[in-house]
Design a protein around this ligand. Structure first.
Ligand code: LIP
Length: 272
């Protein structure tokens, strides 16, 4: 129900002049719609499930100073408008992403691609679906027959931009069939899950961008790794999601890694 309200908010706001502010850089955009939709989601979840039993990690709450702490407590992880830059420009990929974790284990995730009217959802151990149709990752193992997705993020630090585009150039020259980017990590992960592309990787995303997509990809038969080939770490702000290990490992060989601050950087050990 609140996906409909959120979509109405997003569509309505998109019809008039959108007031844009910035966060970590001049190109890291936020709008009143992001904040309003996050409030609708959090208030609806509190109304439905109670206030004290759960923690909330919301992109805009964190931007306004709330801690980004994933504890053992049941936690909602929310990106109210994933693809804010797209939203501001009218580029038609905008998603609402909500995940739920217990004891740091992601239990289910929902990504609603508002303008495509595609509801992706998955619960651990129960499969992944798009508009109630079962979805599965691609069975492609030959990197030369793959489409790879990545994004350049919102950090314009020259060294990072150089590494991002050097990585993309190396992947393109493998060669792969194509490189793409929707502008929203949540949507990119759903494109892996439904087999439209073979892999999505990015350094610089946040936990709220990928938490729901992580459940959807794994339940669709895909895998998640760190960009160095190690285990996936939701709070690390770097990730590879792929249809299989062969594709993932081939991509990882090309990624030029640069440091990013973890989402939970300022959390003391006794808070986790
Ligand atoms: C976006 C991510 C995307 C990233 C963008 C931006 P937002 O999230 O989904 O992967 O490349 O820079 O962070 O900010 O639109 O919610």
């Amino acid at each position: 129900m609140f996906f409909c309200i959120c979509t109405q908010e997003i569509r309505k706001a998109g019809e008039s002049e959108i007031k844009v502010s910035t966060k970590s850089s001049t190109v890291d955009l936020v709008t009143k719609t992001d904040e309003r939709v996050e409030k609708i989601i959090i208030n609806s979840l509190k109304q439905e499930f109670g206030d004290n039993t759960y923690s909330f990690i919301g992109e805009e709450s964190v931007a306004n100073g709330k801690p980004c702490i994933l504890t053992d407590k049941p936690t909602w992880i929310i990106d109210p408008v994933d693809g804010t830059t797209n939203f501001v420009h009218g580029f038609p990929f905008v998603a609402v992403s909500i995940a739920f974790a217990v004891k740091k284990q992601l239990e289910f995730g929902v990504v609603y691609s508002c303008l495509e009217d595609k509801m992706y959802k998955a619960r651990r151990g129960k499969g992944a679906f798009c508009n109630d149709e079962l979805i599965q990752v691609s069975d492609v193992k030959d990197i030369h027959k793959s489409i790879i997705i990545s994004e350049h993020g919102t950090d314009r630090n020259p060294e990072k931009v150089t590494k991002i585009f050097s990585t993309m150039q190396k992947i393109l020259r493998i060669p792969v069939h194509g490189l793409r980017g929707s502008g929203t990590a949540a949507t990119n992960m759903c494109l892996v899950a439904c087999g439209a592309v073979e892999a999505f990787f990015e350094i610089g995303i946040h936990c709220w961008d990928i938490a729901a997509g992580a459940v959807i990809v794994t339940e669709a038969g895909g895998i998640l790794l760190d960009v160095d080939g190690g285990p996936f770490d939701l709070m690390s702000r770097r990730m590879v999601s792929a249809n299989n290990n062969v594709i993932a490992e081939r991509i990882i060989r090309e990624i030029e890694i640069f440091p990013v601050e973890r989402d939970d950087t300022n959390v003391s050990k006794n808070q986790t």
